[in-house]
Design a protein around this ligand. Sequence first.
Ligand SMILES: [Zn+2]
Ligand SMILES: [Zn+2]
Length: 136
Amino acid sequence: MSKLKGGCMCGDIQYDVEGDSSVTGICHCPDCKRQTGSAFSTIVGVGADQIVVEGTPRIYKTKGISGEGVLRHFCGNCGSPLYSVVNSMPGVAFIKAGTLDDTSWLVPTIEFFCDNADIWTTQDVQRQKFGLMPPG
Ligand SMILES: [Zn+2]
Ligand SMILES: [Zn+2]
């Protein structure tokens, strides 16, 4: 099994990647925050022509900082963001790492749009941790 296999929450859309990834990063840009509903997105760069998709993602187009389009592919049924194709970086697609079947191997090595990072993501603070949910 490819380690770059994944899909959306409802299962309507599945993807697999032929070959390997180029980079795993974190993006703090405002659009990634909105699309993921989280503080940042974790993304895996792959060749756009390496992605084999089953199902038909919907595409929402935003404008990147370069002024070029960012084509955000997502599931029209369950809403999961799946991957983005950035027109200013031809041939590259960025998979939303949370949609991979196996995320255990991921180690982000680069961060983008840090000027827009939420303060807590840059601080080394202790948080209360539970294996699942708090008991009771
Ligand atoms: Zn879905
Ligand atoms: Zn972003």
